[in-house]
Write a protein that binds this ligand. Structure first.
Ligand code: FPP
Ligand code: MG
Length: 331
């Protein structure tokens, strides 16, 4: 695989990922470059969908999942880890492109979504294309076990999304249902990234998947805080988007215990103005601090669990750095 220019690679690896690449040995940036060029090769040259695909690829993704694959593989990371990194990022990208169709989202990471710029049909087709390419990359490499892991993960992602649709506008949704949904739609792909990294070098995954699952959950919790807290200049989308979509998240579940007006909220009746007022009310209850504290606790549990997974020294330091990065990015 050809490597992109170093500067180009660095631009595509924003904080907190660069903190990890700067700390790791040369093997990590070298392998991340291979992931990057592999992603580009995987989406380029397919005519009509290629422009949207390349734009999606360069839309500011943090590449946390491929980074986790490589870190869990360690300095022995080889071509199988690179392919797994490409595959998990393609599944991630596909799920976001489809998510934006389902949510009719105008913006992601501050730029128009494929749905907004190219329409529902192209966005759906592009998501399908990215999703199928993930499996092609793994099959071309003969990685049968990785296909098993990624297909099970994709089923869980879709289950998570379905649960979100089932629970839409339901103010009775409880924490358990919320965590189950987040585990499926976000935790599971982080988990798969860790498992794939470990198995790519012939290792037993052991409890490493738990590490990924926990930091994925923390990531989702903080994403849900940002939806309420904004600011839009930072998040790249309007405050209260989840509320307007009918998505009941942990900040609202907790805030509704303290504010009867929020407990009685009719999500279907919200518009942008009343959603912003609801966001202020949620924030005023202290629920955002509570959710942030839970995310930090999950990160701490994830880091402590590395002992059970038998991960020590440099590999542990790097995994802890990326786990902390999930929080730092949102602090
Ligand atoms: C973004 O989270 C969306 C997801 C984490 C998963 C979306 C999953 C699907 C659309 C179904 C599965 C699709 C495939 C291709 C397997 P969010 O909506 O909480 O956050 P956002 O604010 O970034 O939209
Ligand atoms: Mg969404």
């Amino acid at each position: 695989m050809t490597s992109p220019e170093p500067e180009e690679t660095r631009r595509s690896l924003p904080e907190p990922v660069t903190a990890v690449t700067d700390t790791a040995g040369a093997w990590l940036p070298a392998r991340m470059s291979e992931v990057e060029s592999g992603l580009l090769a995987a989406v380029q040259g397919e005519g009509e969908l290629s422009d949207d695909a390349v734009r999606t690829l360069n839309a500011g993704g943090k590449r946390m999942r491929p980074m986790l694959v490589l870190l869990c593989a360690g300095p022995e990371a080889g071509d199988a880890a690179v392919r797994a990194g490409i595959a998990v990022e393609l599944v991630h990208m596909a799920s976001l492109v489809h998510d934006d169709v389902l949510d009719r989202a105008p913006l992601r990471r501050g730029i128009p979504t494929v749905y907004a710029s190219s329409g529902r049909e192209r966005a759906t087709s592009l998501g399908d294309r990215l999703f199928s390419t993930a499996f092609k990359v793994l099959v071309d490499g003969g990685d049968a076990d990785a296909v098993v892991e990624v297909s099970a993960t994709a089923v869980d992602l879709a289950r998570g999304e379905l649960k979100q649709r089932e629970g839409a506008f339901n103010m009775q949704l409880d924490e358990e249902e919320y965590f189950e949904r987040c585990g499926l739609k976000t935790g599971r792909l982080f988990e798969a990234a860790c498992v794939l990294g470990r198995t790519s070098t012939g290792g037993d995954p052991g409890p490493i998947g738990e590490f990924g699952h926990r930091i994925g959950l923390a990531f989702q919790l903080l994403d849900d805080v940002l939806d309420i807290a904004g600011p839009p200049e930072r998040t790249g989308k309007a405050r209260g988007t989840d509320l307007l979509d009918g998505t009941v998240t942990l900040p609202l579940i907790i805030a509704a215990r303290f504010d009867p007006a929020l407990a009685a909220l009719d999500l279907r009746a919200l518009d942008e103005e009343t959603a912003a007022i609801a966001c202020d009310r949620i924030e005023a209850t202290g629920a955002l601090d509570e959710v942030r504290a839970r995310a930090i606790a999950l990160i701490e549990e994830a880091k402590q669990g590395l002992t059970d997974a038998g991960i020590e020294s440099e590999q542990r330091e790097l995994l802890e750095l990326i786990a902390d990065g999930v929080v730092l990015r949102y602090s």
